[in-house]
Design a protein around this ligand. Structure first.
Ligand code: NIG
Ligand code: FE
Length: 425
């Protein structure tokens, strides 16, 4: 914090003060092992921001002495934390799948429903029929909800079009929403999410289409930062995945992968081999897979609510990974099939309950580590000078209430790049 004595207070755009506590991880790299729990927690600290960036984080009295804010926001005894970064979502869809939710309560599994033509393909039918306008209006409504729940950055996948036209349509909708809405979207091309109906009898031809037409078009139009694949026995196996990843890398995409969700196929090892930024799901990952991720510096993105939603009873391996020194992120996996929630507060609670994570661990996993998994650790994920001023004012006395209060939204206000963009009515 600078104190230009004699020059008078320095003008800034925003000062957030009056918090009982400020809690944030620190740094721009993913925190793992015992470091995951290490937060900076300070009573009575606030944040000064200008030009969208954090200028200083410190005791209210010091900030008031040094800075003259255009806007002072009173946190009213609440808690200030960084905005949540949701590193795995499928937010563009036109129809919902409550019928499948009920089928699973009666014992059907996710794969059985998919093989019978439901699952992802049911959402594909809705997206293909949906106009750009309808998909955009629905996405914008969902982005409002993300903001209300404290999420300021969202990774957004395509993958419900499964034709060149419909995948470009989805990515175009994501790009347009990104221009229109304060939530920052990170676009991911997921053409390899399922085999579309028309290629069910010639799967190799769909992989050819992905490699020869879809990926190059998406790259040409600059519509996605990431390429993702659902690598799983009933969809894209290791050989198909390798072919797609090789082409995606040549075209300059960064990589993130759905791996080892339903079977221990070796997808974690594949993500490590290709230097992906993240490997997601991992419910069935082996210790060897975890070691490979750790050695390659791939961020595991764990979605603990999916196991709940799909009624998987096995361990969700976050704790095992942390104990092996890894630096996981946590995410919603918001989508109409395997996890219909947008709530990061709920994810943090379930990370504590299902993976024995501490309050510090869940906050770091849902902010800094998630930002690093999206190649944004230098700019997002913590409250420090020079980073974007993305913060939440929570109506709780300390950050430990985030995991502790199950099922209530504690977000009172949201600041995105230095601007108050949401206040609870
Ligand atoms: O992350 N696993 C594959 N894809 C999504 C599910 C998408 C869907 O069922 O619509 C997931 O769980
Ligand atoms: Fe997913």
């Amino acid at each position: 914090m600078s104190d230009k004595s004699g020059a008078g207070p320095e003008p800034v755009d925003l000062l957030v003060s009056g918090a009982a506590e400020l809690a944030t991880p620190l740094g721009s790299t993913a925190r793992g092992g015992s470091e995951l729990d290490r937060l900076q927690v300070r009573a009575g600290w606030g944040v000064a921001a200008t030009g969208g960036k954090v200028v200083a984080v410190g005791p209210d009295a010091d900030l008031r002495r040094i800075y003259q804010p255009k806007v002072e926001y009173d946190a009213k005894g609440g808690t200030v934390v960084p905005g949540f970064v949701d590193a795995h979502t499928h937010p563009v869809f036109a129809t919902t799948r409550e019928d499948e939710f009920e089928m699973r309560t009666k014992g059907a599994t996710y794969v059985e429903i998919s093989l019978a033509g439901g699952g992802i393909l049911s959402t594909v039918r809705g997206v293909r029929e949906g106009s750009t306008e309808v998909l955009l209006a629905q996405l914008l409504m969902r982005l409002d909800r993300f903001l209300e729940l404290g999420t300021t950055t969202v990774e957004a996948k395509s993958g419900y079009g499964l034709s060149t036209y419909d995948e470009l349509k989805m990515l175009g909708v994501i790009a347009e929403a990104n221009r229109m809405h304060p939530v920052e979207l990170v676009p991911t091309f997921l053409g390899a999410h399922e085999f579309p109906e028309e290629f069910r009898d010639d799967r190799a031809a769909y992989v050819d289409l992905l490699v020869n037409e879809m990926l190059p078009r998406v790259a040409d139009e600059g519509l996605a930062e990431y390429c993702d694949i659902f690598t799983e026995t009933h969809v894209f196996g290791l050989d198909d995945s390798r072919r797609i990843l090789t082409r995606a890398k040549e075209l300059g995409f960064r990589l993130r992968l759905h791996v080892d969700q339903l079977t221990p196929l070796g997808g974690a090892e594949l993500a490590a081999e290709f230097g992906a930024d993240s490997a997601d799901h991992l419910e069935c990952v082996t210790d060897r897979g975890i070691e490979a991720l750790g050695q390659a510096g791939v961020v595991p993105v764990i979605c603990p609510l999916v196991a709940l939603f799909l009624r998987q009873t096995q361990e969700v391996p976050g704790r095992r990974m942390i104990d092996m020194g890894l630096a996981p992120a946590v995410a919603t996996d918001f989508n109409p099939g395997s996890c219909y929630t947008q709530s990061m507060p709920e994810v943090l609670s379930w990370s504590a309950l299902r993976m024995n994570m501490t309050a510090g661990e869940v906050l770091t996993a849902g902010t800094l580590n998630a930002a690093v998994s999206l190649n944004r650790g230098e700019r997002l994920g913590s409250l420090e000078p020079g980073k974007d001023c993305d913060l939440l004012v929570l109506d709780v006395p300390n950050h430990r209430h985030l995991a502790y209060e199950l099922g209530r939204n504690p977000v009172r206000a949201v600041v995105k790049t230095g601007r108050v963009v949401h206040e609870r009515r």
